[in-house]
Design a protein around this ligand. Structure first.
Ligand SMILES: Cc1cc2nc3c(=O)[nH]c(=O)nc-3n(C[C@H](O)[C@H](O)[C@H](O)COP(=O)(O)O)c2cc1C
Length: 299
């Protein structure tokens, strides 16, 4: 079985999870410079030229490999895939849907595909579709969730037993203990989201980072954004109202995400984050986060 760090061309098997509009080029490049695998997001990207500019910005900041994410839910994901391959991205994470059509598009161009799976069933289907690796993402993770809510602790070994591909663990990993636990469960590496929001290089607004650093492990909850999509979020006043009355969520406009996540207007969009926020108390540099995570003693 291929080694995941070799497959991605990075030193440490630490993938920075895509995080919508807050995977800014500076953070992505910092992750790759620190030996991990930085990933640009495109879930909220409607503008192919903007994606192209972001890729160029990362390329100007690092010579190390980095990737990008395609969220199948984005109606423009095929267009985004074309931009990514034209710009030389060699490995792409796919999520929130069937990766099959994207695999058919990307594999002939030599691009590796790592698919995010919340259940064993979806991991088996992703393997059959031809992906190169599976990211087993447990329900404690930040962002979009399926309805099955399998925790990382159960999902990772179950997926490892079910597929013959490299498995990456995601959901709830924020330090060296989580990293070592993921390897013990059979994963070859980790994908980390929430911990990187509370990094000095992330473009997220200070209020977002502060809420993560102050959160207890019980603070995040799932809200129902549409019939099919649940999202794990921090307990802002808006999130609490949507939890009480899902119809309030209909007023949330996709295009307002940056106003909340980057500019701190917490009344227009909810803040996604995972339960691991309860283990994060301090903003650190991306390098500090990665070096502590992969150090045997967790120092
Ligand atoms: C704010 C936020 C936004 C996210 N957006 C995306 C996304 O656009 N595409 C995607 O595949 N995953 C997305 N995720 C999931 C992450 O890539 C990653 O798998 C997850 O955060 C790992 O769990 P953790 O938060 O416990 O580290 C998001 C997560 C967060 C916290």
């Amino acid at each position: 079985m291929q080694n995941i760090a070799e497959l991605l061309g990075c030193r440490h098997p630490v993938i920075q999870g895509a995080m919508g509009v807050i995977c800014n080029p500076e953070m992505v490049a910092a992750v790759s410079e620190a030996g991990g695998y930085g990933v640009l997001g495109s879930a909220f990207q409607d503008d192919a030229d903007e994606l192209r500019r972001q890729i160029e910005q990362v390329q100007a900041l690092t010579d190390r490999p980095f990737g990008a994410n395609l969220t199948v839910l984005n109606p423009r994901c095929v267009e985004m895939a074309q931009v990514m391959t034209e710009m030389g991205i060699k490995a792409i994470t796919t999520s929130a849907g069937n990766p099959g059509p994207l695999v058919d598009l990307l594999k002939p161009k030599g691009v590796k595909v790592l698919h995010v799976c919340p259940t064993v069933d979806k991991a088996i289907k992703a393997q059959a579709a031809g992906v190169d690796a599976v990211i087993a993402e447990g329900a404690e993770s930040g962002g979009i969730q399926g309805h099955d809510a399998v925790a990382t602790m159960v999902l990772v070994p179950a997926v490892c037993d079910a597929v013959s591909l490299p498995v990456v663990a995601a959901g709830g990993i924020g330090d060296s203990r989580g990293f070592r636990a993921a390897l013990a469960l059979g994963a070859q590496g980790v994908q980390v989201g929430t911990r990187f929001i509370a990094s000095s290089e992330c473009i997220a607004h200070e209020s977002y980072k502060t809420m993560i650093c102050r959160a207890a492990e019980t603070d995040t909850f799932l809200i129902d954004r549409t019939d099919r999509i649940m999202v794990r979020v921090l307990p802002t006043a808006l999130a609490r109202r949507v939890r009480e009355d899902a119809s309030q969520g209909r007023a949330i406009r996709r295009q307002d995400i940056g106003k909340a996540w980057i500019h701190g207007d917490l009344e227009v969009y909810t803040l996604a984050a995972g339960q691991v926020a309860g283990l994060i108390h301090q903003i650190k540099s991306v390098r500090e986060i990665i070096e502590e995570m992969v150090s045997p003693a967790g120092e």
